[in-house]
Design a protein around this ligand. Structure first.
Ligand code: ZN
Length: 124
């Protein structure tokens, strides 16, 4: 399954639908996909989203294009909310962005908040 191509600039994704298919083992036992909507987001580098595509690239065949990272707040149709970390990619020489985080981190905010808490108390 391909994702929609976002032509030109990488515009805000707020209001766009999100669908997560069930993991294969869950789907085998009649597990269903879940749907929701992006209701908020924050970008690591908003200027990158407005940048022009690579036309004449110095790195040529070694250029991996652009990667734009974000955190998105998703309101699920079943009523709960979660945060996913995601990125969108624009290939070198291409004029569109595409969602590229098919398997990504998705959890409630309390789970995310545990990571820095444990990192700061962990002994090395
Ligand atoms: Zn390039």
């Amino acid at each position: 399954m391909g994702f929609a191509k976002i032509r030109g600039k990488l515009t805000p994704r707020i209001g766009y639908p999100v669908n997560f298919g069930a993991p294969k083992d869950v789907a085998r036992t009649s597990g269903k996909a879940v749907s929701g909507t992006i209701i908020d987001e924050v970008w690591a580098d908003p200027d990158l989203n407005k940048s022009e595509p690579h036309t004449t690239c110095e790195a040529s065949s070694e250029c991996w294009g652009d990667y734009s990272f974000c955190a998105q707040l998703i309101k699920w149709d079943h009523g709960e909310a979660s945060i996913r970390l995601a990125y969108y990619r624009r290939g070198c020489g291409e004029d569109y962005w595409e969602y590229a985080s098919q398997t990504t981190v998705n959890a409630d905010w309390m789970t995310f908040s545990l990571c820095p808490k444990h990192a700061s108390t962990e002994k090395h």
